[in-house]
Design a protein around this ligand. Structure first.
Ligand code: HEM
Length: 469
């Protein structure tokens, strides 16, 4: 085939599937992202699969993926089933909005999560980091084996809830919090419903569908209470509009020009709650998974922490964080090896061509972003945990280092607007924990499995914390 000849989807290879059901039986597991990776190995960077006749193109080619992400919102949108499922759950916000509606949502959300505002929210991150540090000190004295996945989830829920609507939760110190439990129900159900061939829950409610309904109702009631309270507060004190203190206040101020409906305001608060938690806490868990096996990296983070914020327990000012370069490199490296969003789903708005592939309007495409992040072609010693590769000054010229194939935060105009907030939370917590503790993995590394529930997390992950002498 000549270099410029168009490739038709019908000529793409396909891994072996089942009669009628196609690739669905293999895909319907707790680790569907690994099934996809296996297919990439089997069929190459570009292939097609089908779920009961519904066809998907899969790309693990970084150039193809980058071009697709950048041709939004005009040429591609998110897979339409995501919008259908989220709307059915009452979520009508920036993640599932498209076209001009998306532009209207994105502007205020990007503003609220901007670097300037992360600096403003920084005391919340410090407060929650300190709360978790005190809890881990007790764990370390009692030699408790810690389920870090759960602890990090509480950490990100407490931060995101306070940033979202100024509500001080303390799920870090509560044994069980109903709001946390309600939120935890949502992601697995989105994951299940987006790939379900038949929407069974619309005809018959299973136990888990009823649990989801109860959780959604409780979240809705709580968020609407906050919307009403915040509106009242801003009406009574219009001077506060100049300095909104949380996401909801900022959104209501922007709303004087953006004209969101109440449902859209609710949808965006819910989106922030969902988008900001599992992604960040799972990335933290994977980072600790690696640190517990790399004491030399823990020691380097500690040396840096001692040099940068000296006798302080944690980096108390926002300005300090940019000096925590090694802690940041550790987080980047964990995200390269274990991206919590290894695949993203899209649909073509019109006929188009990407990297010589002719894509008709309506084509569904899965971008597999993880494979490239661990390929020899882009990173030397690709499967090794080597945070030094992210330290520009220590990156030897002869080594391969291609950070622009990283898609952990997506790409193009719809890249994750919470990226700076997430990186700040993670760098601060990892630096603080390494300053105070050594870690021991209480499970064999090979027993820690990658599980996928819309985001990818390690399970089981048990770690003990040993105080630094
Ligand atoms: C390590 C943590 C995080 C990861 C790995 C992550 C990853 C992602 C990815 C892959 C996307 C899709 C991007 C695309 O389509 O190109 C996304 C979108 C989004 N994320 Fe994040 N995210 C993280 C943290 C956060 C946080 C802390 C927030 C907010 C508090 C947030 C809010 C959002 C929103 C609102 C979108 C939708 C953007 C749009 O459609 O325009 N994320 N995130």
């Amino acid at each position: 085939m000549s270099k410029n000849e168009l490739i038709s989807i019908k000529n793409l290879k396909s891994p072996k599937g089942a009669f009628l059901l196609g690739h669905l039986p293999q895909f319907n597991t707790y680790n569907k992202h690994q099934v996809l990776e296996r297919w990439v190995e089997e069929s190459g960077e570009l292939f097609k699969i089908n779920f009961v006749g519904k066809e998907f193109v899969v790309s693990a080619n970084p150039d193809f993926n980058n071009k697709l992400l950048r041709s939004r919102p005009e040429t591609f949108k998110r897979f339409s089933k995501i919008d259908e499922i989220l709307k059915e759950m009452g979520v009508d916000g920036v993640f599932n909005a498209e076209g001009d509606t998306w532009k209207r949502h994105r502007k205020p959300i990007a503003e609220v999560l901007s670097v300037k505002n992360v600096k403003f929210f920084y005391p919340i991150i410090v407060d929650k980091t300190n709360t978790l540090l005190q809890k881990f000190k007790i764990y370390s004295e009692e030699k408790t084996i810690v389920n870090v996945q759960k602890e990090f989830m509480s950490f990100t829920i407490d931060i995101t809830t306070e940033i979202a609507f100024g509500h001080k939760l303390d799920t870090i110190n509560e044994v069980s919090n109903s709001f946390q439990n309600d939120l935890e129900v949502v992601f697995p159900m989105i994951n299940e419903r987006v790939t379900a061939p038949i929407p069974i829950w619309r005809y018959f409610k299973r136990k888990k569908d009823k649990t989801l309904d109860v959780a959604l109702k409780a979240i809705e009631e709580l968020v609407y209470t906050f919307i009403d309270r915040t509106k009242e507060k801003l009406d009574k004190n219009p001077e506060l509009k100049a300095y909104p203190s949380n996401f909801l206040e900022a959104l209501l101020v922007e709303n004087e020009t953006a004209n969101f409906t109440n449902k859209e305001i609710y949808g965006n608060v819910f989106t922030i709650l969902l988008a900001g938690e599992d992604t960040t806490s799972n990335s933290l868990s994977w980072t600790l998974f690696y640190l517990a096996q790399h004491p030399e990296a823990v020691a380097k983070v500690r040396v840096e922490a001692e040099a940068v914020y000296k006798d302080e327990d944690l980096p108390s000012t926002y300005e300090t964080v940019e000096h925590l370069k090694y802690a940041n490199a550790v987080v980047q490296e964990a995200m390269r090896l274990k991206p919590t969003t290894p695949q993203l789903y899209f649909e073509a708005n019109k006929d188009t061509v990407i990297e010589n592939v002719a894509i008709p309007k309506g084509t569904s495409i899965i971008l597999q972003n993880k494979v490239a992040q661990t390929q020899e072609a882009y990173f030397s010693n690709p499967n090794a945990f080597e945070p030094d590769r992210w330290m520009v000054s220590r990156c030897p010229m002869h080594k391969k280092h291609t950070p622009n194939v990283m898609r952990a935060f997506g790409g193009g105009s719809r890249y994750c607007p919470g990226m700076h907030l997430a990186k700040t939370e993670m760098t601060v917590l990892i630096s603080t924990l390494c300053k105070h503790f050594d870690f021991e993995l209480n499970v064999a590394p090979e027993d820690v499995k990658e599980c996928f529930e819309f985001t990818m997390f390690p399970d089981p992950l048990k770690i003990t914390f040993k105080p630094v002498k």
